[in-house]
Design a binder for this molecule. Structure first.
Ligand code: PEP
Ligand code: MG
Length: 582
């Protein structure tokens, strides 16, 4: 048995056969000349490949639509149109006849020319299509060369996915029903792949560095996402122990869920709100099952990532309305597009030396005013469906916030001009996730309706440690005195201005942080839905006064280790029965 240690990214235990996923399988293209007499047989090979590819894409579209909703299937519809495009076929035919080259060479060459032309086009629509050309041509080439490209949408049943890295967009495409667990070389606890794994409740260990070298396809592995351990080919006794653990975990979860409908109120009567973070609209259907009282963060950028950013106003409006309608009468906070960093839309964004310090989120949106306004119009229109709150990400200071509000006003005016009854009373808030925002929280609080603290980025930027880089993951300590002070400053500034302070970073769902955050006076905790029951249990078992004195002590300590030790002993005394879950 081999034991690999990484970063605990999504809790729970998964056992199964490893499936090694590598994405470096683009086949090399054979190049040779053909005789005139071979033209028809080459053409026939192409038409066969087109038919097979069409079938493949149709299946993918069906599956995407069933599992993730129609918006997510749109990308495949575009591919189908492209595969059946007579103009494209004519261009291939002309080149085949004129150049007398094997069909793979012709397709590859034409696709490259089209890709270059389209990606350099002025017209945004054409640029969008460039990525489709490369996707469709690759599928055709795989068919022509009889390469069965390994696809994350077509995995065998019940696998533990072992991979070097998954982009957030890969995680979206992945056939989640077939993946029992994830073991990955790269990534940290608050990387977006980890966040998605938690959202889909797939146990995951990231930052393993050597997983793809140490594990072979077919090995039996146990992914212990709660402890950050992966066991390769364990003995039967170990498997039995983990089976028992899984059973106990299941019982613990159902026990916690029995309090689903009880309020999140402390023993001395302080009421807080517990909400869910979601990444795709369909998740909204299940958050109430975990006792969520609303959505505290909908990361709208995943809509753009999964549909190749063809999210026009109408499809966005439908997606936002769907989320709002899934939680009748409950508040829904939708965050405007936060692309950049590790969430790259290659067709929209150029490579940057320091993407995490670069053209991200609100900075990107303010520079792409029309794209931003399109999203804001869709949100304004969707606000008619319920209690919508709009939230701007990565605000660094008042100028940026005011610039975003200005675009919002323009979007409102456009909605009014088109006869949409838009909500003038729209609630607008901002994320505090950059140290400069936390330090000027008093200034920002005077202009906004609420704060939501994004601890994933706040930790990353306070400690200058890339949240996706496993080598510096040890630095990402939310109990670091600097981070605690930023959080406290932000909450105090909100309260002084009479606005609520929420938190939607991962710390909000960390049961070890619940008491300290309550002690700081946090009003709203938003987290992956599965984390809500345990956090609620802790809130209902704590007194606000007791938590306030814990928080006060924590603020006086010099290191995150001391804070951790203080909190652990506090929890051990008050929640001995939860020891195994913390
Ligand atoms: C955060 O930074 O804490 C946050 C919630 O936003 P994201 O994780 O999407 O960057
Ligand atoms: Mg963030």
């Amino acid at each position: 048995m081999k034991e690999l240690r990484g970063i605990s990214a999504a809790p729970g235990v998964a056992m199964g056969k490893a499936f090694l996923y590598t994405d470096d399988e683009s086949p090399s293209i054979p190049r040779y000349g053909i005789r005139v007499g071979d033209i028809e047989s080459e053409w026939a090979r192409l038409t066969d490949a087109v038919r097979a590819a069409e079938e493949e894409v149709r299946e993918l579209a069906e599956r995407a639509s069933l599992e993730m909703g129609v918006e997510h299937a749109k990308i495949f519809e575009a591919h189908l149109l492209m595969l059946g495009d007579p103009d494209l076929m004519e261009q291939i035919r002309d080149r085949l006849t004129a150049q007398k080259r094997n069909i793979e060479w012709v397709v590859w060459d034409l696709a490259r020319d089209l890709y270059q032309k389209m990606s350099a086009a002025q017209d945004a629509y054409l640029r969008e299509r460039a990525i489709d050309i490369s996707d469709v041509s690759q599928r055709l080439l795989n068919r022509l060369l009889h390469v069965k490209k390994m696809s994350l949408a077509e995995l065998p049943d019940d696998v533990v996915l072992v991979t070097h890295n998954l982009l957030p967009s890969d995680t979206l495409v992945m056939d989640k029903k077939r993946v029992k667990g994830i073991a990955m070389n790269m990534g940290g606890r608050t990387s977006h792949t980890a966040i998605l794994a938690r959202a889909f409740e797939i146990p995951a260990v990231l930052g393993l560095t050597e997983a793809t070298r140490e594990i072979a396809s077919g090995d039996f592995v146990i992914v212990d996402g709660s402890s950050g351990i992966v066991l390769v080919n364990p003995e039967e006794a170990v498997v039995e122990r983990y089976r028992g653990l899984t059973e106990r975990m299941r019982a613990d979860v159902s026990n916690l869920l029995s309090e689903r409908d009880l309020p999140a109120v402390t023993t001395d009567g302080r009421r807080v709100a517990l909400k869910a973070n979601i990444e795709i609209p369909e998740e909204a259907d299940h958050v109430l099952d975990h006792g969520a009282e609303g959505i505290g963060l909908y990361r709208s950028e995943f809509l753009f990532l999964s549909s190749g950013y063809k999210a026009d106003e109408e499809s966005q409006y439908e997606a936002y309305k769907r989320v709002i309608e899934a939680l009748p009468g409950k508040p829904v906070t939708i965050r405007t597009l936060d692309v950049g960093g590790d969430k790259i839309i290659p067709e929209l964004q150029e490579e940057e030396k320091n993407p995490l310090l670069g053209w991200r989120a609100i900075r990107f949106c303010l520079a792409h005013r029309e794209l931003f306004k399109t999203q804001l119009r869709a949100l304004i229109r969707a606000s008619a469906a319920g209690d919508l709150r709009i939230m701007f990400p990565m605000i660094s200071g008042i100028e940026e916030y005011e610039a975003a509000l200005e675009v919002l006003e323009e979007a409102k005016a456009e909605c009014r001009a088109k006869g949409h009854t838009c909500c003038d009373s729209l609630t607008v808030g901002l994320m505090v996730e950059i140290p400069s925002a936390a330090m000027t929280a008093d200034i920002l609080a005077a202009r906004t309706a609420f704060f939501s603290i994004g601890t994933n980025d706040l930790v990353q930027y306070s400690l200058a440690a890339d949240r996706g880089n496993e080598r510096v993951a040890y630095l990402a300590q939310p109990f670091h005195p600097a981070v605690l002070r930023f959080i406290k400053t932000t909450i105090d500034a909100a309260h002084a201005a009479g606005i609520p302070a929420a938190m939607c970073g991962e710390l909000a769902g960390d049961p070890m942080a619940t008491a300290v955050l309550l002690g700081f006076g946090l009003d709203e905790f938003s987290m992956s839905a599965a984390s809500i029951p345990l956090v609620k249990r802790i809130i209902r078992g704590s007194s606000a006064a007791d938590c306030a004195s814990l928080a006060e002590q924590a603020l006086k300590l010099c290191s995150y280790r001391d804070v951790e030790a203080l909190v652990r002993s506090w929890m051990d005394v008050r929640f001995p029965s939860l020891k195994s879950e913390l």
